[in-house]
Design a protein around this ligand. Structure first.
Ligand SMILES: Cc1cc2nc3c(=O)[nH]c(=O)nc-3n(C[C@H](O)[C@H](O)[C@H](O)COP(=O)(O)OP(=O)(O)OC[C@H]3O[C@@H](n4cnc5c(N)ncnc54)[C@H](O)[C@@H]3O)c2cc1C
Length: 381
């Protein structure tokens, strides 16, 4: 099997292939591994999920991440999965009602441990919160991990040869079926290839004449390596009214914003950073500042000594926000992509599922390319 792309999805695919008794080789266009989208992810995992099929993938990935050395058979790379909790806040009575509805739905599909906290209870447990917080939903066992180390560990555990600086540039297709992958270093003969090229998966599939139902959204991450005021024990703290969120990391924090409405971008290898992004989340005057519900960020801003850098990557989004795990109309050519911002936390389960498809296991495939795409309700994370 040729796996195109050495991000976390390509890595998980190679690992799942090896487990299924298939010999993988991974080709990666960049000089380094897991250096694209995977390198800028927050690394959050959550069983606070609304989709029962995705919940299966997350559960499997989280279980494997917590027992990573035993799962991968290697101990060089440890993603350091830790249950710091995931806290989603609102100041809006209407959104509070939506939160209660979402939690009831999550419980009904088996996502256990999700609590609704009234504002005072949320502040009692997390004293850094603003008096404006009306309600929160919280799950203590959700948490964070290092996405790059997850990818590197999966690659090491796969024992796959990995060729960096090697770009897929086309496919050999004979009588409609795949016979080879053309690369910048030559052709690899194969009857099985998985496209795991992240945001450019649609571009790569297009080389075989396959159109994928995906679009991409640019997403930023502000990295603040040293901020003593950040409580290292805090859960990932998410403002559901604005999409602004932060989580402790390094000796400081990562700060991000999930825009509620955003125009699709062009799928490119290296998306350009918007230099104004840090001000959108850090300047307390901004309506999407993290200081809105975590006021200590106001002090961080006022003090001014914390340094930051900003990175960006892309969400690869499908119309129903669920991944594409299937064979394309070209026999032998598969896709493992379209995770819509959930690719780290679903990586291991998703790749296992695709290998089930490849080896003919599942009777039904909820992630099929020809499924009916039903968009999720707006504003539900
Ligand atoms: C800001 C941000 C925050 C996020 N936070 C989270 C989070 O908290 N939790 C979560 O679960 N998910 C999160 N995500 C989503 C997650 O990062 C992605 O779903 C996941 O990293 C996708 O991995 P990938 O391997 O598909 O893509 P990538 O990591 O982009 O890897 C694709 C690889 O394919 C290579 N490639 C491309 N074209 C070719 C070619 N022609 N030939 C060979 N190689 C090629 C690229 O160089 C790249 O290395 C976040 C995403 C962003 C942008």
């Amino acid at each position: 099997m040729v796996v195109i792309g050495a991000g976390v999805i390509g890595a998980a695919t190679a690992f799942a292939a090896r487990r299924a008794g298939i010999e993988p080789v991974v080709i990666e266009a960049r000089p380094a591994l897991a250096a694209a989208t995977t390198a800028v992810a927050t690394g959050a995992f959550r069983l606070q999920q609304n989709d029962p099929d995705e919940l299966v993938l997350v559960r499997e990935t989280v279980a494997a991440s917590h027992d990573f050395a035993a799962f991968t058979g290697q101990s060089t790379y440890d993603p350091g999965a830790r249950a710091c909790g995931l806290l989603l806040l609102t100041t809006d009575p209407d959104r509070a009602a939506v939160q209660r509805h979402v939690v009831a739905h999550q419980r009904s599909i088996g996502a256990d441990g999700v609590e609704i906290l009234h504002g005072d209870e949320a502040r009692r447990r997390f004293p850094y919160l603003s008096p404006d917080v009306l309600q929160a939903r919280f799950r203590a066992d959700d948490g964070v991990l290092d996405p790059r180390l997850l990818a590197l560990g999966l690659l090491a555990g796969s024992h796959a040869p990995v060729v960096t600086g090697c770009r897929a540039v086309g496919f050999d297709i004979v009588s409609g079926a795949l016979t080879g992958v053309r690369t910048s270093l030559g052709t690899i003969q194969t009857r099985c290839c998985v496209i795991a090229a992240g945001p450019v998966s649609g571009v790569v599939a297009g080389l075989a004449g396959v159109a994928l139902p995906i679009h991409v959204l640019r997403r930023h991450r502000v990295v603040m390596p040293d901020v003593p005021l950040v409580p290292a024990w805090a859960p990932l703290t998410y403002d559901e009214d604005t999409g602004a969120h932060w989580r402790a990391g390094l000796k400081g924090a990562y700060v991000l914003l999930s825009h509620q409405e955003q125009a699709p971008d062009e799928a490119v290898d290296d998306p350009a950073v918007d230099p104004t992004f840090p001000y959108q989340v850090l300047d307390p005057a901004s309506p999407t500042a993290v200081a809105r519900l975590s006021p200590f960020w106001r002090d961080v801003w006022r003090d001014g000594s914390a340094s930051w850098t900003v990175q960006c990557g892309m969400y690869t989004v499908t119309p129903d926000y669920r991944p594409l795990l299937d064979e394309t109309p070209v026999p032998g050519l598969y896709v493992n992509t379209g995770y819509s911002g959930h690719g780290v936390m679903t990586s291991i389960g998703g790749a296992r599922h695709l290998l089930d498809v490849i080896t003919g296991r599942p009777a039904e495939n909820p992630f099929a390319l020809d499924r009916q795409f039903v968009p999720p309700p707006a504003g539900t994370l």
